[in-house]
Design a protein around this ligand. Structure first.
Ligand code: APR
Length: 237
């Protein structure tokens, strides 16, 4: 931890990749860790265009449940530590796989949302996007003004990431001198590949995770524990 704290103090350009683990202490279940969401659901059943085409109501019931859970959640000390980090380093880019919006609510400003935003609804016909914070939604599935049903503005398995977001994430990962990978199993691509891009570009990599992952033996420093404890500790002056 001491060595990692020193790297952070001397870093000029930091990038962080977060996953569902950073929101776990806000009460939002992860996908694959112990007690993760996917344990009780199959990803193929819910987070794919095919699933939505087959069962739009079932998919919306799941997202409406997640939106309602997230609406009641608060950013935790892990989120807040990354807001503090943004004020400490000359250049900080926060890349997140999360769709919960908690990094924005915590107060970070430079956020790259790789997998979209659960608070955005997108029309399946005219493509119009709108922010909708209602939780729960008054009726499911929600409808666009044009009459067609709306889908969650998130990236589903098999769908491409938003091109501008991916380019920003690649740039930040290849130009940083310190890369933090926080609360992610890093098994979902291409997001997980950003860690390798940062390493190849010469950055030091620090992992923060409550469990060991396939990255733990590859990174320069793997800090084991909850992000809500480790991150504030890492930033302690
Ligand atoms: N602090 C730090 N890490 C934690 C904590 C915590 N309090 N709680 C859980 N973790 C770790 C778990 O050990 C696990 O490695 O967070 C990681 C969560 O991994 P996943 O559940 O796979 O979530 P994530 O990596 O974000 O999934 C990536 O997969 O389902 C898709 O689109 C979805 O964005 C998601 C993507």
């Amino acid at each position: 931890m001491e060595e990692a704290r020193g790297w952070l103090r001397n870093a000029a350009n930091v990038a962080a990749l977060t996953g569902s683990g950073i929101s776990a202490e806000s009460g939002i279940p992860t996908f694959r860790g112990s007690g993760g969401l996917w344990r009780s659901y199959r990803a193929e059943d819910l987070a794919t265009p095919e699933a939505f085409a087959r069962h739009p109501l079932l998919v919306w019931q799941w997202y409406d449940w997640r939106r309602t859970l997230i609406a009641a959640a608060q950013p935790n000390p892990g989120h807040l530590a990354l807001v503090e980090l943004e004020t400490r380093v000359p250049s900080f880019t926060l890349i997140t796989q999360n769709v919960d919006g908690l990094h924005a609510r915590a107060g970070n400003s430079r956020i790259v949302c790789l997998h979209g935003d659960i608070w955005t609804l997108r029309c399946t016909a005219c493509g119009k996007e709108e922010q909708n914070l209602q939780a729960p939604l008054p009726s499911l599935p929600p409808k666009c003004a044009c009459g067609a049903i709306q889908r969650p503005g998130v990236v589903w398995f098999g769908e491409p990431l938003p091109p501008h977001a991916w380019l920003a994430a690649e740039k930040a990962s290849s130009q940083c001198d310190l890369f933090l990978v926080i609360g992610t199993s890093a098994v979902v691509m291409p997001a997980g590949g950003l860690v390798y891009l940062a390493r190849q570009s010469g950055a030091r990599v620090i992992e923060i995770n409550s469990e060991e992952t396939h990255l733990s033996s590859l990174v320069d420093c793997s800090l084991r524990g909850p992000a809500g404890t480790i991150l504030p500790e890492l930033l302690r002056p």
